[in-house]
Design a protein around this ligand. Sequence first.
Ligand code: NAD
Length: 488
Amino acid sequence: MALLKNETTILKNFVNGKWVDSTALEASEVINPATGQLLAKVPISTKEDLEEAVSSAKAAFTKWKAIPVPKRARILFKYHTLLTEHHEELAKLIVEENGKAYKEAFGEVQRGIECVEFACGAPTLMMGESLSGIAEEIDSEMFRFPLGVVGGITPFNFPMMVPLWMFPLAIACGNTFVLKPSERTPILANKLAELFTQAGAPSGVLNIVHGAHDVVNGLIEHRDVAAVSFVGSQPVAKYVYERAAANGKRVQALSGAKNHHIVMEDADMAKAVQHIISSTFGSAGQRCMACSAVVVVGDNEKFVEELKKKADELVMGNGMDEEVLLTPVIRKEHREKVLGYIQKGLEEGASLIRDGRHDMDDNTEGSFLGATIFDHVTPEMTIAREELFAPVLSLLRAKDLDEGLEYIRKSRFGNGATIYTKDASAVRKFREEADAGMLGVNVGVPATMAFFPFSGWKDSFYGDLHVNGKDGVNFYTKKKMITSRFDY
Ligand code: NAD
């Protein structure tokens, strides 16, 4: 039986189909951000632990790639059933270790299951191309082959969905996988591996090595790792992209964000406010597609008042309570960093129209921060430029759509952007000119579904092929061309 969590024991790694102790001398605490309760300890695994996992994945690859694609897909169908059966349990685990609201966690599990659903289509997705008669009596065919061992490095904010962006599709395509989950939310990853084994995945096909920098550096340097999928903060994404590419690996590195929402004067104000509140403050602003900057076009004071009123009404607390939307940030250290940004916002001249610091309670162990809103923020200010990853919103004022689009262009990030309007020509202009890869029209979180690429731009993504959709299949496969002459 897999060890999932135990306050006195350290989480195990999963290598070659077995739960094994890490050789680590160090461990990090996994705590419930809402209560401060210690849930487990996670080993800061060593390069030796990684070595074991990579060699297990390398050995498994030889057999796994030879399994017919429909048979591989059948394991994913079984996995889909098991994940669906465990939907509520998985959602509760997410709430415990990540802190987000149960409803959000339930939705995250659903998004993860959809990735498995997509990977079940591997026989169709992996089809090649052919042309009969490229010359007289000569045909050409293209086949797709897996790459080998793939490494995955994931963040704390989607402990289920992000690993499932990666390993189901990679494995369905015939690769084997070594996952390094976030050390702040590692418990769910072990449950994912346990269920994958129950679904019939052979030993060594999926391996988990818990830890931090050493495991990451080991993966991006290892000669037997063919490709690396990374999701996390911008400096680390850039580092992983550069280092792994320098080591000859295929890399996709999804990074930080600053998502602007433009509110036009003709928008349905009640709906715009509702979407912005949920996008900004849901999951405590710790979503890579969260709204963190609103561009208010024209003199729309009514919108600002309404937004502040709804922010005042938000219920903050433990994500297991049904009425709660505003949950804690991941750790108190992260909250300290955010408090520094709030101070910086004040020093640089933004007006704080809702101060979430007043909602903090020193007597709780939870890392809560109330909804915070700055008005009259300019694109040059630190709080407008950097990703805060917190329930802190910046309002920028613009005279028209062109100025709003200019703010988006100025941002180094380009994950998502949204417009709220009923005007078709404004929508078209926004679609053509907004300098970001995932756009929303009257949609608060325009995150894409598993069958489309998750297509961040600029410093929100390093690489060529995104996760999910056909990009995902192209990332996890290499093409082989065969040219055949038949006039012999
Ligand atoms: P993080 O960068 O701190 O950690 C991500 C992973 O990298 C973890 O597994 C961590 O152990 C490892 N890591 C951290 N620092 C490292 C270092 N110096 N060297 C080597 N490895 C290191 O990110 P996080 O705080 O866990 O996650 C939040 C970030 O992820 C946000 O910036 C968010 O925007 C981003 N994110 C982006 C997307 C996207 O689709 N673009 C999706 C989810 C999250």
